[in-house]
Design a protein around this ligand. Structure first.
Ligand SMILES: NC(=O)c1ccc[n+]([C@@H]2O[C@H](COP(=O)([O-])OP(=O)(O)OC[C@H]3O[C@@H](n4cnc5c(N)ncnc54)[C@H](OP(=O)(O)O)[C@@H]3O)[C@@H](O)[C@H]2O)c1
Length: 251
């Protein structure tokens, strides 16, 4: 029996990268997992791959900033799997790259809408279903950039700092409902999102600055998320685990 056997999980942005790896691990650990992202073909591919490995998953399109998409995802999860116990809020965008003083109001709106506001509202919408089950557990995927802002990703980094605050802000009210909320802060993990950095020739220099001297793999985030969601972390709430090969992580 896996440590998440009998649990139902929603993982956002889970058709690729860190989210897909988390979805796979939660299902391997026994959870029934609802996979989601913006594009139907990406969702279908991820569901097919994980079902092909014998895992109990389903999928639905959900752009996290769209309220009606979030509602459909929640309804679909409850109707297929019978309830919701676990949530991983993993979706984020970074549409701009450059000095922070060049950033536009549109970019601020988009980044904060997806990375911060949608995270909060999805949690708010899922919580009543967790209450019905007598409790639950939530993990928010932030970034080590929230501690050590990247000079060329200043707005994105600021949105990730906000998620550390959101995690803490949610603790007291959720605790009264027997719901825990924790956060992870990955360093550079090899996914499509970060490929402009790790595929770049200058990446060797970057690696030298990381104590473990390498970039991370998506599955190095997945086990930690499964641990935080599970009973093994039953006395842990409001915490952020940094997954960044030893890179400095203080504000
Ligand atoms: N990779 C890193 O180095 C790194 C470091 C620190 C933190 N993170 C964080 O880790 C999380 C996942 O990043 P990743 O590197 O795994 O990215 P990725 O490999 O590029 O995967 C992105 C996933 O997000 C989905 N997606 C994008 N926008 C979405 C939206 N608005 N709503 C729902 N789904 C959406 C994509 O599918 P569709 O195109 O079908 O929507 C895809 O499944 C993000 O929160 C990111 O900030 C990543």
């Amino acid at each position: 029996m896996g440590k998440l056997t009998g649990k139902v999980a929603i993982v956002t942005a889970s058709s690729d990268g860190i989210g897909l790896s988390i979805a796979e691990r939660l299902a391997e650990d026994g959870a029934k997992v609802m996979i989601s992202s913006r594009k139907q073909q990406n969702v279908d591919k991820a569901v097919k791959t994980l079902k092909g490995r014998g895992l109990n998953v389903s999928g639905i399109v959900c752009h996290v900033a769209k309220k009606e998409h979030r509602q459909k995802m929640i309804e679909q999860t409850v109707s297929e799997f019978g309830g919701i116990d676990l949530l991983v809020s993993n979706a984020a965008v970074n549409p701009i790259f450059g000095p922070i003083l060049n950033s536009t109001e549109d970019a601020w709106d988009k980044i904060f809408e997806v990375n911060v506001k949608a995270t909060f509202f999805l949690i708010k919408e899922v919580v009543p279903y967790m209450e019905k089950r007598g409790g639950g557990s939530i993990v928010i995927v932030s970034s080590n950039g929230g501690y050590s802002p990247s000079e060329l990703m200043g707005v994105y980094s600021t949105s990730k700092t906000a998620l550390f605050g959101l995690t803490k802000a949610l603790v007291p009210q959720l605790a009264r409902m027997n719901i825990r909320v924790n956060c992870i802060a990955p360093g550079l993990i090899k996914t499509r999102f970060s490929e402009a950095i790790w595929k770049n020739e200058a990446s060797d220099e970057f690696k030298k600055s990381i104590p473990l001297k390498r970039f991370g793999e998506p599955d190095e985030c997945a086990g930690i998320v499964s641990f935080l969601l599970s009973k093994d972390a039953s006395y842990v709430t409001g915490e952020t685990i940094v997954v960044s090969g030893g890179t400095s992580s203080r504000l």
